[in-house]
Design a protein around this ligand. Structure first.
Ligand code: GSH
Length: 206
């Protein structure tokens, strides 16, 4: 399979992390979002929404949306018998994983990732300060929810590393690049360290 992505995008990072950790072979096709390579007619034929990550299966089918991609990759049929399980068998626990993935896409990523995008990708221009300022309170609110949850847990669901952790890790581990003061969050910091120590973990710069 092929992945179209920008490794400094947390959404794309999720996909690479899951592929590496599950031991699935893939080809990474680097896309430069700042050069609008997601908006060419050729790319738009693959994903009309003009965004990465994008998965291309060997049979020519495409799948967009990072959390849908990692959900597909972690689904049992693809995996070898002894590979890591990132999705619980139990239906309620599986739904809890989805709960955190939807939380990530609705309450976390649109704030934490966009603040980082303004600073890291756009260079923090004056023209973006109002938008940046509007992202900080809801970004902190999402981080507060995570901190409270991790107060008494090692991972997000069932004390076991899962797609919920992958989805939330992606932009939380680089939230400081968006200006978030992460020293406020000791439980999140311990969880970040825990994820980074897992087998086959590879950081954005590796
Ligand atoms: N909800 C989508 C968001 C995808 C997204 O916003 N991708 C950004 C990079 S993080 C992108 O492709 N931006 C380039 C563009 O909009 O042209 C996901 O989780 O995959």
């Amino acid at each position: 399979m092929k992945v179209y992505g920008d490794i400094y995008s947390g959404n794309c990072f999720k996909v690479r992390l899951v592929l590496d950790q599950l031991g699935i072979a893939y080809e990474w096709l680097a896309i430069d979002i700042m050069q609008s390579q997601t908006r060419t007619p050729e790319f738009l034929k693959k994903n009309p929404n003009g965004r990465v990550p994008l998965l291309e299966l060997d049979d020519g089918r495409f799948l967009a949306e990072s959390d849908a991609i990692i959900f597909y990759l972690a689904s049992a049929k693809l995996l070898k018998a002894n590979s890591l399980s990132l999705l619980p068998e139990d239906e309620f626990l599986r739904a809890q994983v989805l709960q955190w993935m939807f939380f990530e896409q609705y309450s976390h990523e649109p704030n934490v990732a966009v603040a980082r995008y303004i600073k890291r990708y756009l260079g923090n221009p004056a023209s973006e300060q109002a938008r940046l300022n509007s992202k900080m309170p809801p970004g902190y609110k999402a981080l507060d929810v995570m901190e409270q949850h991790l107060n008494s847990r090692t991972f997000f669901v069932n004390e076991t590393y899962s797609l919920a952790d992958v989805a939330l890790y992606a932009y939380t581990h680089v939230a400081h690049e968006g200006g978030f003061e992460m020293q406020r969050y000791p439980h999140i910091q311990r969880w970040l360290a825990r994820v980074a120590q897992l087998p086959n973990y590879r950081g954005m710069d590796e």
